[in-house]
Write a protein that binds this ligand. Structure first.
Ligand code: BG6
Length: 283
């Protein structure tokens, strides 16, 4: 079942329930803020203090970063992670598939507000497939007459039993930029997180995974050669109004992206896609 609903304050979202899973997607930002497969724990972490307010990014779920990742290259006054995550998208397709899974497509095109921030015409679509696994595909169409460069990301927050239990596999040998020390290193093996972490890995490995105390989650992607690993840890969480003080203990962000060296040029009439599939299995 796919239904259009609103929260108490009229914040619109799409509610999906089928034999495999349930999911919720806000029209603002085409933001998947809940996905839970039957008999599995919630895949996505959502802050207990998240804002569901027009124009404010939702802390948790899958924020979409576009057309730049992180701070804008040359203008700090422009919004961090671009404008797609706070823009109102349009639901253009909803369908129940023959196997009982569900598919919705949302769309965002340029507007007077986006042109004031980034002077290009574009069309973005997000396809969300809710089944035994969660699959999301973002397509960036260049509808302008000039080529443009984009940084795009699924800024996914995963729910974990405890951050101390988390082991991330698949990054061994990858070169990463540490945003906290502004230095470059090479990952030695399994990554675990015991302090504030903010890194962009460059990797051609299309399959990563992480485990916590009970589950292992696989992240299979196409169209991306960078992965951001982020946890704000205690002090930063205390300073963030939309994060509870201990929120950092139950989340990790592993962001399938086109970030830093992996930004992409898209020619007029061309399309660039990133797709990712998340699936959980009990350990
Ligand atoms: C991460 C960045 O992807 O997002 C961090 O690497 C940033 O530097 C974090 O702090 C959260 O960003 P925001 O804008 O949602 O608070």
């Amino acid at each position: 079942m796919i239904k259009q609903k609103t929260l108490k304050n009229n914040f619109p979202y799409i509610d999906i329930q089928n034999k495999y899973a349930k999911a919720k997607i806000a029209l603002q930002g085409a933001h998947v803020f809940e996905y839970q497969a039957v008999d599995k724990p919630a895949l996505l972490w959502l802050s207990d203090a998240a804002y569901f307010t027009e124009g404010k990014a939702i802390r948790g779920g899958i924020p979409l970063c576009f057309p730049w990742f992180g701070k804008h290259k040359s203008d700090d006054a422009l919004p961090q992670h671009g404008f797609a995550r706070t823009a109102l998208w349009e639901l253009v397709l909803e369908e129940e598939l023959v196997d009982g899974s569900s598919h919705v497509q949302l769309k965002l095109c340029e507007s007077s507000q986006s042109l004031a921030l980034w002077n290009y015409r574009f069309e973005l679509t997000l396809d969300v497939y809710v089944g035994e696994a969660l699959r999301v595909v973002i397509s960036v169409y260049n509808t302008d007459t000039r080529a443009f460069e984009v940084g795009t990301a699924f800024h996914t927050y995963f729910q974990v039993s405890n951050i101390d239990d988390v082991r991330i596999e698949g990054l061994k040998g990858a070169v990463y930029y540490d945003a906290l020390t502004q230095s470059t290193h090479t990952e030695k093996g399994t990554l675990s997180i015991h302090e504030e972490t903010d890194r962009v890995y460059q990797t051609h490995n299309d399959t990563l995974s992480f485990s916590d105390a009970k589950y292992s989650t696989s992240i299979e992607s196409k169209g991306s050669s960078s992965v951001v690993v982020w946890n704000p840890w205690k002090e930063k969480s205390l300073a963030m109004a939309d994060m509870t003080d201990d929120g950092y203990e139950s989340m990790v962000c592993l962001e399938t992206s086109n970030a830093r060296e992996d930004t992409r040029w898209v020619e007029p009439s061309e399309v660039h896609r990133i797709e990712v599939r998340y699936s959980q299995s009990e350990i």
